[in-house]
Design a protein around this ligand. Structure first.
Ligand SMILES: Cc1ncc(COP(=O)(O)O)c(C=O)c1O
Length: 411
């Protein structure tokens, strides 16, 4: 566990000179505290070098045709004006029904417990702005999805980092216990987890529940990969279904990954009514609402049969196995992910210099494959120096091309 601080792989310590500088080019102290997203920067580099983009986690295959038809029909039917700010009623109802269908015993009231947002990215920052006060702490497991650091800082909170330990990215109970204190307002869980592929176990969630109750802490859980895991039925446990967490959990989700529509920017937060009320207010003033015709298509998405999810997970398993084979051949070491669609690799054997940023640059410029340097998932960049993340939401042909290129690393 590390002390709270305002740095992540994408963050730099606040510049003390900030207050001394003025003029039209001065930016806010908050904005100075973090850099652009490294993940999104790698995508731009991949395009510039014509490299296979295994950096940013977006599919290079189509979304279900039912969704395209529903979106087109909604535009034709002139569903083109603002939806209700916290989400079209039929979409909220469809979300609540799908949750109930998928997880026995989890009942969501679409009138009071759902806020539709512009992707899960907006759901998380809206929740943090709505529920966390400046000076409070938010516990974040490392390595972590790079948005959570800036999310905490934008909401005025200090992230307190707790390490997930290799090889299986486990939680050290004593470290987690020690991280909770009087200032702790929330813990961020991300399961299945980006970048490690960890899926939180019931025992881990029980521990988190015990600690959240003891210290009166909220649980923000990002479950954007809820259907992308390799553990079979019941493998993913939503924290909101864990005893003790029901009335203190904000569940963040989106259409982005499950339905291969990352560009649609449709997500949602599910939370107890009092919390939802605050999230809805913040969301209204941040964005007013998510695209109305795409929410209509969201109703079609929520209506897809269970076989859609089974089939999707199976296809992801094939992609995972293919990429893992190619990465092992190329000399990377890793633990095959249990969930999500990333492989976080130890680069010690292919990069004795332990310079993840230089390796990522070499991969994109000379090998022709884009990946994300491990330091962008760590509060202290030094902790990610011998790590790199590859994403596999790609057609097998794309992964084959990447495999051919990666083979050059050993040549
Ligand atoms: C853990 C996690 N949360 C959120 C997001 C972003 O989701 P959205 O596109 O719905 O904003 C990503 C994207 O990679 C992610 O990996």
């Amino acid at each position: 566990m590390t002390e709270p601080r305002a740095t992540t792989g994408a963050l730099h310590p606040a510049n003390p000179a900030h207050a001394l500088r003025g003029g039209p080019t001065r930016v806010s102290a908050k904005a100075e505290t973090f850099t652009e997203s490294v993940i999104r920067e790698m995508t731009r580099l991949a395009a510039a070098h014509g490299a296979v983009n295994l950096a940013q986690g977006f599919p290079d295959f189509g979304c279900p045709p039912e969704l395209k038809e529903a979106a087109k029909a909604a535009i034709d039917a002139d569903v083109n004006q603002y939806a209700i700010t916290w989400g079209a009623q039929d979409f909220r109802r469809a979300i609540a029904e799908k949750v109930g269908r998928t997880y026995a015993g989890w009942t969501v009231d679409p009138e009071t417990q759902v806020c539709v947002t512009c992707g899960s990215t907006e759901a998380m920052i809206a929740a943090m702005l709505a529920l966390v006060d400046p000076g409070e702490e938010v516990i974040v497991f490392t390595p972590f999805y790079e948005n959570y650091g800036p999310d905490a800082i934008l909401s005025g909170a200090a992230p307190r980092f707790v390490e997930l330990h290799q090889p299986d990215w486990s939680i050290d109970e004593a470290e987690l216990r020690a991280a909770f204190n009087d200032r702790t307002r929330a813990i961020i869980v991300n399961t299945p987890h980006n970048p490690t592929g960890k899926v939180f176990t019931r025992a881990e969630l029980d521990l988190i529940s015990e600690l959240c109750q003891r210290h009166d802490v909220l649980c923000f859980t990002d479950e954007i990969y809820e259907h992308i895991h390799y553990l079979g039925d019941g493998g993913h446990v939503p924290p909101a279904t864990v005893p003790g967490l029901e009335d203190r959990t904000v569940t963040i989700n989106a259409m982005s990954k499950t339905y291969a529509v990352t560009g649609w920017r449709v997500g949602w937060a599910i939370a107890p009514p009092a919390l939802t009320g605050a999230i809805r207010k913040v969301h209204d003033f941040l964005t007013v609402g998510a695209a109305a015709p795409l929410q209509a298509a969201g109703v079609a998405a929520m209506g897809l049969p269970q076989s859609y999810y089974v089939d999707m997970a199976e296809k992801y398993r094939e992609r995972r196995d293919y990429l893992c084979g190619a990465l092992a051949q190329a000399g990377f070491r890793f633990r095959a992910p249990d969930g999500a669609y990333y492989v976080l690799c130890d680069t010690t054997d292919v990069d004795p210099d332990r310079d993840d940023v230089a390796l990522a640059r070499r991969l994109v410029e000379q090998v022709g494959v884009a990946a994300v340097p491990g330091s962008s998932f760590q509060p202290d960049p030094a902790d990610g120096r011998s790590m790199i993340r590859f994403a596999f939401p790609k057609r097998i042909e794309t992964l084959q091309l990447a495999a051919e290129k990666l083979a050059a690393l050993k040549a």
